[in-house]
Ligand binder design. Structure first.
Ligand code: URA
Length: 264
């Protein structure tokens, strides 16, 4: 585990808000390995340093943030009687921590939940976290978090489609879709495109193309909230997010308290 700031550590452990934690430090109630720590920027190593507040030991349960390269054929669910689930790809083995290059602790799989869903046949970036606040904000319609997909589409995707996607499409919902950015990578009988949307309605990308008389034959999410799929991950592989990636997600959904990237 890499060192982190004691104020962030204590806030994560539920000892109080950042400002309450600062007061605890100021009052000399926090000890690190038996020595009073007064400065909020004091670095500690969770799981290694012995930390107490008013004589009580503090247990560290950090949130987990993971990206999975979801393969086709598995469902975005914790359990499913018929199909393999995304959770089954999250092995219990030790993984290299991308931030430090060191071996990181075993993933607490039970606490993880997918951030939004991908269809069974969709591949690509799936984020999973135990941070419920972040997951909620990332998927809340009003957060308008960007999701970018690569797709192979049957039919010639052209300028008219770009304009239609930009102005919103009727896909059988109460309201038309929000403006979406369609980029044609190659047009032809089979077109290749990139599409950025800020919603996550059921089968949204497929339904948007269907509304234009075209069929999505292959779909892969390549980024979400500014975090790109790490293409060095093969389908089925996962890794923890770096501190910078976590901060990017916080920024993308406008969470006020950013992740302490330096202290992670
Ligand atoms: N849109 C879809 O149609 N399917 C997905 O899996 C994600 C977005």
């Amino acid at each position: 585990m890499t060192p982190m700031r004691i104020d962030r550590f204590l806030a994560q452990c539920g000892a109080g808000s950042r400002s309450e934690v600062k007061q605890l430090l100021k009052k000399g109630l926090v000890l690190v390995n038996g020595i009073t720590a007064e400065k909020p920027e004091t670095k500690v190593i969770p799981g290694q340093d012995r930390i107490t507040v008013a004589g009580e030991p503090v247990c560290y349960e950090p949130h987990e943030y993971v990206m999975l390269h979801k393969p086709a054929g598995c469902v975005t669910a914790a359990r499913d009687a018929r199909h393999k689930t995304v959770m089954e790809y999250l092995g219990a083995e030790y993984q290299a921590d991308p931030a430090s290059g060191q071996s990181a602790p075993v993933l607490h799989k039970a606490d993880l939940a997918p951030v939004g869903r991908l269809d069974r046949d969709t591949e690509g970036l799936l984020l999973l976290t135990s941070d419920g606040d972040l997951a909620h904000r990332m998927t809340a319609p009003k957060s308008h978090v960007d999701k970018t997909y690569f797709a192979k589409v049957r039919g010639f995707v052209d300028e008219e489609d770009i304009l239609a996607f930009a102005s919103g499409l009727e896909i059988g919902e109460k309201h038309p879709t929000l403006p979406a950015k369609l980029v044609v990578l190659s047009g032809g009988a089979m077109s290749e495109i990139e599409l950025t949307i800020q919603e996550g309605k059921f089968h949204q990308v497929k339904r948007m193309f269907a509304a234009r008389g075209k069929e999505v034959l292959y779909l892969k999410r390549i980024s979400m909230g500014g975090v790109r799929l790490d293409e060095s991950l093969l389908p089925g592989q996962w890794r923890r997010l770096t501190a910078e990636e976590i901060q990017t997600l916080y920024d993308a959904c406008g969470l006020p308290q950013g992740h302490d990237t330096k202290g992670r």
